[in-house]
Design a protein around this ligand. Structure first.
Ligand code: NDP
Length: 249
């Protein structure tokens, strides 16, 4: 792909789901590479801990406590970035929920709706609000967190799998819309990672057998590089390469 540790000095990055897990460590990586990080999540304690760590390492962050079901709130992020910076260099659309592991016929309507609201509608609303800001950057980079579940569609993972398939399709459409511009849009399959979400999905699993989110974040970081050329692809962290999930023509 490109250099492992890109120089992001002077660049602006927005990370959702930055209060813990993969988003937390990706926010740290981006800040360590020189970016000013706008960190979004609901849990203020997690955001403050991130802020402390970033500042202790000499970096800089802006905290945005927000529930991503608040669509008007998402719109306000775009307006605020426009007013203060006029552009955005990196978007990491990472926040997501699992919902429930259950047969589709047993899923409660409110749980299904919440998975779609946060994972799909929230991601689309975020894309809509930052699209002009990323286009205004000389090298806009969008990184959208997907999952192997989007393709494996295993029994009992229905709502989550459907939401990730939707997110990936959006990322690919967006990449196609912008392929002749400087903006590069890619999805990421981080693979099983030692986080709260994974523990909820697989309670019997020993977390020590899984990669730490800091390792996964370090592998995703190069997708934020201004030197990146790929767009419309899925970066598979485990395989450490881009893949293209497409029906044969
Ligand atoms: P975690 O559960 O550890 O973290 C999820 C993050 O999303 C938290 O920061 C949480 O913040 C935020 N979030 C959840 N709901 C909302 C909301 N309503 N509003 C704002 N923020 C919200 O998950 P992971 O780090 O494991 O997952 C990160 C991404 O990676 C997800 O998109 C997930 O689907 C994907 N992924 C993870 C895998 C894994 O094995 N861990 C495997 C494949 C994909 P807060 O609660 O503070 O709001």
């Amino acid at each position: 792909m490109t250099d492992r540790k890109p120089n992001l000095q002077g660049r602006l990055a927005l990370v959702t789901g930055a209060s813990r897990g993969i988003g937390y460590f990706l926010a740290k990586e981006l800040a360590a590479a020189g970016a000013h990080v706008i960190a979004v999540a609901r849990t203020v304690g997690g955001l403050e801990e991130l802020d402390d760590e970033i500042r202790a390492a000499g970096g800089d962050a802006t905290l945005v406590p927000l529930d991503l079901t608040d669509m008007a709130g998402i719109d306000r992020i775009g307006a605020a970035i426009h007013e203060r910076w006029g552009k955005l260099d990196v978007l990491v659309a990472n926040a997501g929920i699992l919902g429930v592991i259950a047969p589709l016929g047993h899923v409660e309507a409110k749980v299904f709706d919440k998975v779609m609201a946060i994972n799909v509608t929230g991601t689309w609303r975020l894309i809509r609000t930052v699209d002009p800001l990323l286009r205004a950057s000389d090298a806009g980079r969008a990184i959208v967190l997907s999952s192997g579940a989007a393709h494996s569609a295993r029994a009992f993972w229905g709502p989550y799998a459907a939401s990730k398939a939707a997110v990936e399709a959006m990322a690919r459409s967006w990449a196609d819309e912008t392929k002749n511009m400087a903006l590069r849009v890619n999805a990421v399959n981080p693979g099983a990672t030692r986080t709260a979400m994974r523990a909820l999905a697989m309670p019997g699993e020993d977390p020590a057998t899984l990669p730490h989110p800091s390792e996964v974040a370090a592998r995703i970081l190069p997708l934020a590089s201004p030197d990146l050329t790929e767009t419309g692809l899925i970066f598979d962290v485990k395989q450490d390469r881009f893949t293209r999930y497409q029906m044969p023509a």
